[in-house]
Design a protein around this ligand. Structure first.
Ligand SMILES: C[S@@+](CC[C@H](N)C(=O)[O-])C[C@H]1O[C@@H](n2cnc3c(N)ncnc32)[C@H](O)[C@@H]1O
Length: 404
Protein backbone atom coordinates (compact mmCIF):
# COMPACT_ATOMS: atom_id res chain seq x y z
CA UNK A 1 0.00 0.00 0.00
CA UNK A 2 1.22 3.51 -0.87
CA UNK A 3 0.39 6.39 1.42
CA UNK A 4 -1.17 9.42 -0.26
CA UNK A 5 -0.42 12.79 1.24
CA UNK A 6 -3.88 14.37 1.18
CA UNK A 7 -5.52 11.25 2.58
CA UNK A 8 -3.02 10.95 5.42
CA UNK A 9 -3.35 14.66 6.22
CA UNK A 10 -7.11 14.22 6.46
CA UNK A 11 -6.58 11.34 8.89
CA UNK A 12 -4.22 13.41 11.05
CA UNK A 13 -6.60 16.43 11.12
CA UNK A 14 -9.49 14.16 12.02
CA UNK A 15 -7.58 12.53 14.88
CA UNK A 16 -6.68 15.95 16.29
CA UNK A 17 -10.40 16.74 16.41
CA UNK A 18 -11.35 13.40 18.00
CA UNK A 19 -8.52 13.09 20.52
CA UNK A 20 -8.04 16.70 21.52
CA UNK A 21 -11.31 18.50 20.85
CA UNK A 22 -13.66 15.79 22.13
CA UNK A 23 -15.48 15.41 18.82
CA UNK A 24 -17.28 12.16 18.03
CA UNK A 25 -15.51 9.84 15.60
CA UNK A 26 -18.60 9.12 13.46
CA UNK A 27 -19.26 12.83 12.92
CA UNK A 28 -15.61 13.57 12.17
CA UNK A 29 -15.41 10.67 9.69
CA UNK A 30 -18.61 11.81 7.96
CA UNK A 31 -17.13 15.31 7.62
CA UNK A 32 -13.76 13.98 6.40
CA UNK A 33 -15.43 11.93 3.67
CA UNK A 34 -17.08 15.03 2.25
CA UNK A 35 -13.76 16.82 1.93
CA UNK A 36 -12.82 15.90 -1.61
CA UNK A 37 -15.37 14.86 -4.23
CA UNK A 38 -12.64 13.36 -6.41
CA UNK A 39 -11.85 10.61 -3.92
CA UNK A 40 -12.77 7.14 -5.13
CA UNK A 41 -14.16 4.38 -2.96
CA UNK A 42 -10.74 3.04 -1.96
CA UNK A 43 -9.62 6.53 -0.87
CA UNK A 44 -12.72 6.95 1.24
CA UNK A 45 -12.26 3.48 2.68
CA UNK A 46 -8.67 4.32 3.64
CA UNK A 47 -9.70 7.54 5.39
CA UNK A 48 -12.62 6.03 7.32
CA UNK A 49 -10.94 2.78 8.29
CA UNK A 50 -7.63 4.34 9.29
CA UNK A 51 -9.32 6.89 11.54
CA UNK A 52 -11.32 4.14 13.23
CA UNK A 53 -8.26 1.90 13.58
CA UNK A 54 -6.25 4.68 15.19
CA UNK A 55 -9.11 5.45 17.58
CA UNK A 56 -9.51 1.76 18.41
CA UNK A 57 -5.82 1.26 19.19
CA UNK A 58 -5.09 4.71 20.61
CA UNK A 59 -3.54 3.58 23.88
CA UNK A 60 -1.40 0.88 22.28
CA UNK A 61 -0.04 3.23 19.62
CA UNK A 62 0.52 6.08 22.09
CA UNK A 63 2.49 3.84 24.45
CA UNK A 64 4.59 2.41 21.62
CA UNK A 65 5.24 5.92 20.29
CA UNK A 66 5.94 7.12 23.86
CA UNK A 67 3.58 10.08 23.63
CA UNK A 68 1.17 11.27 26.31
CA UNK A 69 -2.42 12.54 26.31
CA UNK A 70 -3.11 15.98 24.95
CA UNK A 71 -1.24 15.02 21.87
CA UNK A 72 0.17 17.68 19.64
CA UNK A 73 0.34 17.19 15.87
CA UNK A 74 3.83 15.67 16.06
CA UNK A 75 2.58 13.10 18.57
CA UNK A 76 -0.22 12.10 16.22
CA UNK A 77 2.25 11.72 13.37
CA UNK A 78 4.32 9.43 15.62
CA UNK A 79 1.23 7.34 16.41
CA UNK A 80 0.38 7.19 12.72
CA UNK A 81 3.91 5.97 11.98
CA UNK A 82 3.38 3.17 14.53
CA UNK A 83 0.14 2.20 12.78
CA UNK A 84 1.92 2.08 9.42
CA UNK A 85 4.98 0.15 10.67
CA UNK A 86 2.85 -2.48 12.44
CA UNK A 87 0.90 -2.97 9.22
CA UNK A 88 4.08 -3.40 7.23
CA UNK A 89 3.43 -0.25 5.17
CA UNK A 90 6.55 1.36 3.74
CA UNK A 91 6.94 4.86 5.14
CA UNK A 92 7.44 7.54 2.44
CA UNK A 93 10.32 9.99 2.83
CA UNK A 94 8.15 12.76 4.29
CA UNK A 95 9.69 14.91 7.02
CA UNK A 96 7.11 13.65 9.54
CA UNK A 97 8.57 10.16 9.38
CA UNK A 98 12.23 11.11 9.69
CA UNK A 99 13.95 9.01 12.35
CA UNK A 100 11.01 6.64 12.87
CA UNK A 101 12.54 3.77 14.92
CA UNK A 102 10.97 0.88 13.00
CA UNK A 103 12.75 -1.92 14.86
CA UNK A 104 12.07 -0.38 18.24
CA UNK A 105 8.37 -0.05 17.35
CA UNK A 106 8.13 -3.77 16.65
CA UNK A 107 10.05 -4.61 19.83
CA UNK A 108 7.84 -2.39 21.99
CA UNK A 109 4.75 -3.93 20.41
CA UNK A 110 5.89 -7.41 21.48
CA UNK A 111 6.76 -6.20 24.96
CA UNK A 112 3.61 -4.15 25.58
CA UNK A 113 1.34 -6.85 24.19
CA UNK A 114 1.89 -8.78 27.42
CA UNK A 115 -0.28 -6.26 29.24
CA UNK A 116 -4.00 -6.66 28.39
CA UNK A 117 -4.86 -3.00 29.01
CA UNK A 118 -2.29 -1.89 26.50
CA UNK A 119 -2.69 -4.79 24.08
CA UNK A 120 -6.47 -4.35 23.85
CA UNK A 121 -6.08 -0.61 24.22
CA UNK A 122 -8.51 0.40 26.96
CA UNK A 123 -8.36 2.66 30.02
CA UNK A 124 -7.35 1.05 33.34
CA UNK A 125 -10.68 1.74 35.03
CA UNK A 126 -12.63 0.06 32.22
CA UNK A 127 -10.42 -2.99 32.35
CA UNK A 128 -10.85 -3.26 36.12
CA UNK A 129 -14.63 -2.96 35.76
CA UNK A 130 -14.89 -5.56 32.99
CA UNK A 131 -12.70 -8.01 34.88
CA UNK A 132 -14.65 -7.51 38.10
CA UNK A 133 -17.98 -8.13 36.36
CA UNK A 134 -17.15 -10.88 33.87
CA UNK A 135 -13.99 -12.50 35.26
CA UNK A 136 -10.57 -12.26 33.68
CA UNK A 137 -10.89 -14.96 31.05
CA UNK A 138 -14.27 -13.99 29.57
CA UNK A 139 -13.41 -10.29 29.72
CA UNK A 140 -10.14 -10.88 27.84
CA UNK A 141 -11.92 -12.80 25.10
CA UNK A 142 -14.73 -10.27 24.93
CA UNK A 143 -12.34 -7.35 24.60
CA UNK A 144 -10.49 -9.08 21.83
CA UNK A 145 -13.75 -9.73 19.98
CA UNK A 146 -14.95 -6.16 20.44
CA UNK A 147 -11.71 -4.87 18.94
CA UNK A 148 -12.52 -6.50 15.60
CA UNK A 149 -14.11 -4.41 12.89
CA UNK A 150 -17.90 -4.81 12.87
CA UNK A 151 -19.58 -6.58 9.98
CA UNK A 152 -22.17 -4.64 8.01
CA UNK A 153 -25.57 -6.22 8.61
CA UNK A 154 -28.81 -5.28 6.88
CA UNK A 155 -32.33 -5.94 8.09
CA UNK A 156 -34.88 -6.54 5.42
CA UNK A 157 -38.03 -4.44 5.64
CA UNK A 158 -40.81 -6.99 5.34
CA UNK A 159 -43.30 -4.19 4.67
CA UNK A 160 -41.69 -3.74 1.26
CA UNK A 161 -39.87 -6.88 0.17
CA UNK A 162 -38.46 -10.27 1.11
CA UNK A 163 -34.88 -11.05 1.98
CA UNK A 164 -34.58 -13.35 -1.06
CA UNK A 165 -35.63 -10.56 -3.46
CA UNK A 166 -33.43 -8.04 -1.69
CA UNK A 167 -30.44 -10.32 -1.85
CA UNK A 168 -30.87 -10.72 -5.63
CA UNK A 169 -31.21 -6.96 -6.12
CA UNK A 170 -28.07 -6.33 -4.08
CA UNK A 171 -26.26 -8.92 -6.13
CA UNK A 172 -27.14 -6.90 -9.27
CA UNK A 173 -25.20 -4.05 -7.66
CA UNK A 174 -22.27 -6.39 -6.95
CA UNK A 175 -23.03 -6.35 -3.23
CA UNK A 176 -22.83 -9.93 -2.05
CA UNK A 177 -24.63 -10.94 1.12
CA UNK A 178 -25.29 -14.06 3.17
CA UNK A 179 -28.28 -15.18 5.20
CA UNK A 180 -27.69 -16.44 8.74
CA UNK A 181 -29.83 -19.14 10.34
CA UNK A 182 -29.89 -17.41 13.73
CA UNK A 183 -31.07 -14.04 12.40
CA UNK A 184 -34.21 -14.38 10.35
CA UNK A 185 -34.28 -10.90 8.83
CA UNK A 186 -30.55 -10.36 8.37
CA UNK A 187 -28.36 -10.11 5.30
CA UNK A 188 -24.67 -9.95 6.11
CA UNK A 189 -22.38 -8.19 3.68
CA UNK A 190 -19.39 -10.24 2.55
CA UNK A 191 -17.41 -7.03 2.04
CA UNK A 192 -18.02 -3.57 3.41
CA UNK A 193 -19.89 -1.29 0.99
CA UNK A 194 -21.61 2.04 1.24
CA UNK A 195 -25.16 0.68 1.09
CA UNK A 196 -26.66 4.04 2.06
CA UNK A 197 -25.95 5.30 -1.45
CA UNK A 198 -28.11 2.65 -3.11
CA UNK A 199 -31.66 3.26 -4.37
CA UNK A 200 -32.68 0.11 -2.53
CA UNK A 201 -31.89 1.87 0.74
CA UNK A 202 -33.54 5.12 -0.35
CA UNK A 203 -36.68 3.14 -1.23
CA UNK A 204 -36.76 1.68 2.30
CA UNK A 205 -36.17 -1.96 1.41
CA UNK A 206 -33.71 -2.37 4.28
CA UNK A 207 -32.10 -0.72 7.28
CA UNK A 208 -28.58 -1.22 8.59
CA UNK A 209 -28.90 -2.89 12.00
CA UNK A 210 -26.48 -5.13 13.87
CA UNK A 211 -27.52 -8.79 14.06
CA UNK A 212 -27.67 -8.82 17.88
CA UNK A 213 -29.95 -5.81 17.88
CA UNK A 214 -32.21 -7.63 15.40
CA UNK A 215 -32.94 -10.24 18.08
CA UNK A 216 -34.83 -7.79 20.28
CA UNK A 217 -38.05 -7.35 18.26
CA UNK A 218 -38.40 -11.14 17.96
CA UNK A 219 -37.76 -11.51 21.68
CA UNK A 220 -40.62 -9.09 22.35
CA UNK A 221 -42.92 -11.55 20.58
CA UNK A 222 -45.01 -8.91 18.80
CA UNK A 223 -48.04 -9.80 16.67
CA UNK A 224 -50.06 -7.75 14.17
CA UNK A 225 -52.89 -5.93 15.92
CA UNK A 226 -51.16 -5.45 19.28
CA UNK A 227 -50.51 -2.18 21.10
CA UNK A 228 -46.76 -1.94 21.56
CA UNK A 229 -44.88 0.79 23.43
CA UNK A 230 -41.24 1.35 22.52
CA UNK A 231 -40.35 3.48 25.53
CA UNK A 232 -36.76 4.41 24.61
CA UNK A 233 -37.20 4.45 20.87
CA UNK A 234 -34.44 6.92 19.98
CA UNK A 235 -34.05 7.10 16.21
CA UNK A 236 -36.03 3.89 15.99
CA UNK A 237 -33.80 1.01 14.92
CA UNK A 238 -35.98 -1.42 16.87
CA UNK A 239 -39.24 0.48 16.36
CA UNK A 240 -38.90 -0.06 12.63
CA UNK A 241 -38.20 -3.74 13.08
CA UNK A 242 -41.27 -4.07 15.29
CA UNK A 243 -43.29 -2.26 12.60
CA UNK A 244 -41.99 -4.63 9.96
CA UNK A 245 -43.10 -7.65 12.04
CA UNK A 246 -46.52 -6.13 12.75
CA UNK A 247 -47.42 -5.72 9.06
CA UNK A 248 -48.76 -2.21 9.75
CA UNK A 249 -51.58 -3.70 11.84
CA UNK A 250 -52.04 -2.49 15.42
CA UNK A 251 -50.38 0.44 17.13
CA UNK A 252 -46.81 1.28 18.01
CA UNK A 253 -46.15 4.14 20.40
CA UNK A 254 -42.57 5.37 20.06
CA UNK A 255 -41.32 7.46 22.97
CA UNK A 256 -38.11 9.22 23.85
CA UNK A 257 -36.90 12.21 25.80
CA UNK A 258 -35.47 13.86 22.71
CA UNK A 259 -37.31 15.38 19.81
CA UNK A 260 -34.20 15.37 17.60
CA UNK A 261 -34.08 11.57 17.70
CA UNK A 262 -37.79 11.32 17.05
CA UNK A 263 -37.42 13.51 13.98
CA UNK A 264 -34.96 11.00 12.53
CA UNK A 265 -37.35 8.16 13.32
CA UNK A 266 -40.16 9.96 11.46
CA UNK A 267 -38.01 10.25 8.34
CA UNK A 268 -37.01 6.60 8.57
CA UNK A 269 -40.61 5.46 9.16
CA UNK A 270 -41.74 7.28 6.02
CA UNK A 271 -39.01 5.63 3.98
CA UNK A 272 -39.96 2.25 5.48
CA UNK A 273 -43.72 2.74 4.81
CA UNK A 274 -44.40 2.06 8.49
CA UNK A 275 -47.75 3.79 9.06
CA UNK A 276 -48.82 2.57 12.48
CA UNK A 277 -46.36 4.51 14.63
CA UNK A 278 -47.47 7.26 17.01
CA UNK A 279 -44.94 9.54 18.61
CA UNK A 280 -44.68 10.86 22.16
CA UNK A 281 -42.01 12.95 23.81
CA UNK A 282 -41.73 12.10 27.51
CA UNK A 283 -41.86 15.64 28.85
CA UNK A 284 -44.06 14.95 31.86
CA UNK A 285 -44.92 11.86 33.91
CA UNK A 286 -48.48 12.15 32.52
CA UNK A 287 -47.34 10.75 29.17
CA UNK A 288 -46.54 7.47 30.90
CA UNK A 289 -49.46 7.51 33.36
CA UNK A 290 -51.99 7.75 30.53
CA UNK A 291 -50.75 4.41 29.28
CA UNK A 292 -50.68 2.56 32.61
CA UNK A 293 -52.03 -1.00 32.16
CA UNK A 294 -52.66 -0.41 28.46
CA UNK A 295 -49.89 -2.08 26.45
CA UNK A 296 -49.66 -5.66 25.19
CA UNK A 297 -45.93 -5.21 24.88
CA UNK A 298 -43.44 -2.70 26.26
CA UNK A 299 -39.86 -2.48 25.08
CA UNK A 300 -37.36 -0.71 27.32
CA UNK A 301 -34.24 -0.44 25.18
CA UNK A 302 -32.51 1.27 28.05
CA UNK A 303 -29.76 3.88 27.88
CA UNK A 304 -26.56 2.10 28.90
CA UNK A 305 -22.75 2.21 28.94
CA UNK A 306 -22.54 0.80 25.40
CA UNK A 307 -19.93 -1.70 26.60
CA UNK A 308 -21.25 -4.22 24.09
CA UNK A 309 -20.76 -2.11 21.00
CA UNK A 310 -17.11 -1.04 21.14
CA UNK A 311 -16.65 -2.63 17.72
CA UNK A 312 -18.75 0.10 16.18
CA UNK A 313 -18.00 2.84 18.71
CA UNK A 314 -14.32 2.43 19.63
CA UNK A 315 -14.42 6.11 20.51
CA UNK A 316 -16.44 5.42 23.63
CA UNK A 317 -13.42 3.65 25.15
CA UNK A 318 -11.96 7.13 25.59
CA UNK A 319 -15.09 9.23 26.06
CA UNK A 320 -16.93 7.07 28.61
CA UNK A 321 -16.41 7.93 32.31
CA UNK A 322 -17.02 5.68 35.33
CA UNK A 323 -19.44 8.27 36.80
CA UNK A 324 -21.56 8.04 33.64
CA UNK A 325 -21.99 4.30 34.18
CA UNK A 326 -23.02 4.84 37.83
CA UNK A 327 -25.59 7.42 36.78
CA UNK A 328 -26.95 5.42 33.87
CA UNK A 329 -27.60 2.48 36.20
CA UNK A 330 -29.85 4.73 38.29
CA UNK A 331 -31.71 5.74 35.13
CA UNK A 332 -32.10 2.07 34.18
CA UNK A 333 -33.66 1.35 37.58
CA UNK A 334 -36.03 4.29 37.20
CA UNK A 335 -37.17 3.47 33.68
CA UNK A 336 -37.79 -0.15 34.64
CA UNK A 337 -39.84 0.95 37.67
CA UNK A 338 -41.86 3.57 35.78
CA UNK A 339 -42.32 2.22 32.27
CA UNK A 340 -43.18 -1.33 33.35
CA UNK A 341 -46.46 0.15 34.63
CA UNK A 342 -47.61 0.52 31.02
CA UNK A 343 -47.76 -3.27 30.59
CA UNK A 344 -51.28 -4.65 31.01
CA UNK A 345 -51.98 -7.82 32.96
CA UNK A 346 -51.08 -10.70 30.64
CA UNK A 347 -48.79 -8.41 28.64
CA UNK A 348 -45.02 -8.69 28.23
CA UNK A 349 -42.00 -6.50 28.84
CA UNK A 350 -38.54 -6.67 27.30
CA UNK A 351 -35.65 -4.90 28.98
CA UNK A 352 -32.62 -4.64 26.68
CA UNK A 353 -29.19 -3.01 26.70
CA UNK A 354 -26.17 -2.99 24.42
CA UNK A 355 -23.90 -3.64 27.38
CA UNK A 356 -22.21 -6.84 28.53
CA UNK A 357 -22.01 -5.80 32.20
CA UNK A 358 -24.19 -7.93 34.50
CA UNK A 359 -24.74 -4.86 36.72
CA UNK A 360 -26.64 -3.17 33.88
CA UNK A 361 -28.38 -6.36 32.82
CA UNK A 362 -29.47 -9.36 34.85
CA UNK A 363 -28.75 -7.59 38.13
CA UNK A 364 -31.15 -4.78 37.19
CA UNK A 365 -33.81 -7.36 36.41
CA UNK A 366 -33.22 -9.24 39.68
CA UNK A 367 -33.53 -5.98 41.59
CA UNK A 368 -36.71 -4.98 39.75
CA UNK A 369 -38.40 -8.33 40.37
CA UNK A 370 -37.88 -7.82 44.12
CA UNK A 371 -39.63 -4.40 44.17
CA UNK A 372 -43.28 -4.16 45.17
CA UNK A 373 -44.49 -3.53 41.62
CA UNK A 374 -41.93 -5.90 40.11
CA UNK A 375 -43.53 -8.75 42.02
CA UNK A 376 -46.42 -8.57 39.57
CA UNK A 377 -44.05 -9.89 36.90
CA UNK A 378 -42.71 -13.32 36.14
CA UNK A 379 -39.29 -13.80 34.61
CA UNK A 380 -39.67 -15.80 31.38
CA UNK A 381 -36.15 -15.85 29.93
CA UNK A 382 -33.13 -13.76 29.13
CA UNK A 383 -30.26 -13.81 26.65
CA UNK A 384 -26.75 -12.61 27.31
CA UNK A 385 -25.10 -12.05 23.96
CA UNK A 386 -21.33 -11.68 24.02
CA UNK A 387 -19.40 -10.52 20.96
CA UNK A 388 -16.88 -13.31 21.57
CA UNK A 389 -19.59 -15.93 20.93
CA UNK A 390 -21.80 -14.22 18.39
CA UNK A 391 -19.25 -12.27 16.34
CA UNK A 392 -21.71 -9.36 16.50
CA UNK A 393 -22.46 -6.76 19.19
CA UNK A 394 -22.70 -7.62 22.86
CA UNK A 395 -26.30 -7.32 24.01
CA UNK A 396 -28.69 -8.26 26.79
CA UNK A 397 -32.42 -8.88 26.71
CA UNK A 398 -34.84 -10.12 29.35
CA UNK A 399 -38.48 -11.08 28.82
CA UNK A 400 -40.96 -10.66 31.69
CA UNK A 401 -44.70 -11.29 31.79
CA UNK A 402 -47.14 -9.31 33.92
CA UNK A 403 -49.21 -11.77 35.94
CA UNK A 404 -51.29 -9.41 38.11
C1 LIG B 1 -30.20 2.44 23.55
S1 LIG B 1 -30.83 3.95 23.03
C2 LIG B 1 -32.19 3.50 22.05
C3 LIG B 1 -31.88 2.92 20.70
C4 LIG B 1 -33.11 2.67 19.88
N1 LIG B 1 -34.11 1.93 20.60
C5 LIG B 1 -32.78 1.94 18.59
O1 LIG B 1 -33.03 0.74 18.49
O2 LIG B 1 -32.29 2.60 17.67
C6 LIG B 1 -31.61 4.54 24.46
C7 LIG B 1 -32.56 5.69 24.24
O3 LIG B 1 -33.17 6.00 25.49
C8 LIG B 1 -33.40 7.40 25.52
N2 LIG B 1 -33.59 7.75 26.94
C9 LIG B 1 -32.70 8.10 27.86
N3 LIG B 1 -33.30 8.28 29.05
C10 LIG B 1 -34.60 8.04 28.86
C11 LIG B 1 -35.74 8.09 29.68
N4 LIG B 1 -35.66 8.41 30.97
N5 LIG B 1 -36.93 7.82 29.12
C12 LIG B 1 -37.02 7.50 27.82
N6 LIG B 1 -35.97 7.43 26.99
C13 LIG B 1 -34.79 7.72 27.50
C14 LIG B 1 -32.20 8.00 24.84
O4 LIG B 1 -32.51 9.26 24.32
C15 LIG B 1 -31.93 6.97 23.75
O5 LIG B 1 -32.54 7.35 22.55
Amino acid sequence: MRLHRNLVFTVIDSLMAIFNEGEYADKVVARALKKDKRWGSSDRKFVAETIYEMVRWKRLYAEIAEVKDNYDRDDIWKMFAVWAVLRGIKLPDWKYFEGTPERKIKGRFDELSKNRRVKESIPDWMDELGEKELGSEIWSQELKAQNQQAKVVLRVNRLKTTKEKLRAQLMDLNIETDFHNDYEDALILRERANVFMTDLFKEGLFEVQDASSQKVAFFLDVKPGMRVVDACAGAGGKTLHIASLMENKGQIIAMDLYESKQRQLKIRAKRNAAFNIEYRIIDTTKVIKKLHDKADRVLIDAPCSGLGVLKRNPDSKWKLQPEFIDNIKKTQEEVLANYSKMVKVGGKLVYATCSVLPSENQEQIEKFLKTEFGQNFEFIKDEKVLAKDSGFDGFYMALLERKK
